[in-house]
Design a protein around this ligand. Sequence first.
Ligand SMILES: [Zn+2]
Length: 281
Amino acid sequence: MILALVPMRDLLDRACEKGIAVGAFSVGNMEMVMGAVKAAQELETPIILQIAEVRLKNSPLELMGPMMISAAENADIDIAVHLDHGLKPETVAQALDIGFSSVMFDGSLLALEKNIETVKNIVKLASDYDATVEAELGIVGGNEGEGKQHKILCTDPEDAKHFCDETGVDALAVAIGNAHGNYPVLPELRFDVLEEIHKRVSTPLVLHGGTGISDEQFRKAISLGIRKINIATASFDNLAAYAKAYCANKDKANYFELSAAEVEGVYQNVKRHIKVFSFMD
Ligand SMILES: [Zn+2]
């Protein structure tokens, strides 16, 4: 058996060398894990499997975590397993204990110095596990499923430099007009802000809220230092659409066919995004 669970920083380093971004795909059940891994293997492209803390109500960490790790270990392509938007240090610690190769601590709503102090402690903790750490600065719009809408506040480039220097974090999520969930219209991303951050910071940058951003915008963002792109809503929506279409055509729905439709919905969405992020045609 090839063990393919890798630290996320390995994938980010390779993405830097190639000038591409790694897709980070959110999963909430076994079918989503299977669909994402199938696409990665077929395109022979590493991915990140991730789950956000707010999703653990539906998909408990103690069930999802071991499944995600096992999927990575059994894949014939390198995969990092990541906790997205860790909100409590205890959840981050739990993910590391389960064997996640990467964690995000989201202190973006904290004051800058408090965010720095907390992330420093997470970096120290994660180093015991040789795990990668992602943090966030500025405020990404929308919400990660907790209900309240956040107003976008772009990352300040000088703050980003100070933050990365102080914390030694491996990856930094930036706010450049992006938002979680579905955009009502194509967002206007602040590439000028991204460029200023990229000039000051050598840390790989992360784009959240990837659902609804155009292929051209993705590729422009990658050319300005984005090395990880999060896709959640597009996979959840495509799974639901494939399941709905399957059921709509049947008098009596069959569980096994429904399960296969869910895998297919996620597979198609992940495949499409991997191609864009890797500059495949
Ligand atoms: Zn996010």
